[in-house]
Design a protein around this ligand. Structure first.
Ligand code: FE
Ligand code: FE
Length: 288
């Protein structure tokens, strides 16, 4: 039998950085979420299981704190929102380019679906920018530290997080003080006080937090926190503000998941509208 080396912490198992979301595409929260949720294992695209094995192994409380120190302590670069969209669009996926949308197309499909339903301008803008944190992939970060479902670290891992068995390889799993129901947190402390696994959601939240209403910020910060917004877990960490925000995060989710597959947006034709929308809320440059 051939020998193989132990997986390093920086492999890139996903051919398309959005493939992890295939787990949720069979999910219809209107129908019977619990029945469909457990089917995710049969629906996943190649690389997704390996992706979550790494993600659940390496996302520890110490890791999250370290990433926050790195990315929130100092600005790596100065960019406007549009510039960040063009930068993110250089992220080329290895899947079939004819069927897969570019990152700008995914963003505009999401925002156009929100716009078509007559939602306010801040909501449309949120759809447009919600995944810009994925530029972390272009900064040399491994996929497991950029995308995937997010979850709290520092307290017990919920059984309703995808592939919960992989948490057995997480060093925090062997720290009893981090595996009680509340762990390092207090009942009702509010999600703002909770460390979620590090990724594009938390990163973008910190870049844009002074420029958007609270509802928009919650959508950005928690859009991958499926165990909370879809599975109903971790309610004991919420405060009153989170209860209000939960409805908004839930309202955003279908636009993120199901706008894919709609017709391809005409990026050139839509650009002037979106540049004006960006200028309404954001300064010319932001610290990334
Ligand atoms: Fe996302
Ligand atoms: Fe998205």
């Amino acid at each position: 039998m051939a020998e193989f080396s132990h997986a390093s912490t920086n492999p890139q198992p996903l051919a398309d950085v959005d493939d992890w979301e295939s787990i949720h595409h069979g999910l219809d929260s209107e129908a019977s979420p619990k029945a469909t949720f457990r089917d995710y294992r049969t629906n996943v695209r190649a690389g997704v299981v390996e992706f979550y094995r790494l993600n659940h192994q390496y996302q520890t409380l110490d890791f999250v704190r370290e990433k926050k120190r790195t990315f929130m302590g100092r600005s790596q670069r100065s960019m406007g929102i549009w510039e960040a969209m063009e930068y993110l669009n250089t992220l080329v996926d290895e899947s079939d380019p004819d069927t897969d949308l570019s990152q700008i197309e995914h963003l505009m499909q999401t925002s156009e679906a929100i716009r078509a339903d007559g939602h306010p301008r801040w909501f449309i803008l949120t759809g447009l920018i919600h995944d810009l944190g994925k530029i972390l992939c272009l900064e040399g970060e491994p996929q497991w530290a950029v995308v995937g479902d997010t979850f709290p670290v520092g307290c017990r891992f919920s059984e309703r997080i995808v592939f919960p068995e992989f948490f057995e390889n997480n060093p925090d799993f062997a720290r009893p003080e981090l595996q009680t129901l509340h762990g390092i947190y207090e009942e009702g402390c509010g999600l703002d006080a909770v460390h979620l696994s590090w990724g594009h959601d938390e990163y973008l939240y910190h870049v844009v937090k002074n420029h958007l209403p609270d509802e928009a910020l919650a959508m950005i910060r928690y859009h991958s926190f499926y165990a909370w917004h879809t599975e109903g877990e971790y309610r004991y960490l919420m405060n009153d503000h989170d209860s209000k925000m939960l409805e908004h995060v839930k309202a955003f989710n279908p636009y993120d998941l199901y706008s894919k597959g709609a017709s391809r947006p005409d990026v050139a034709a839509l650009t002037p509208y979106y540049q004006e929308l960006i200028a309404e809320f954001f300064p010319e440059k932001l610290a990334w």
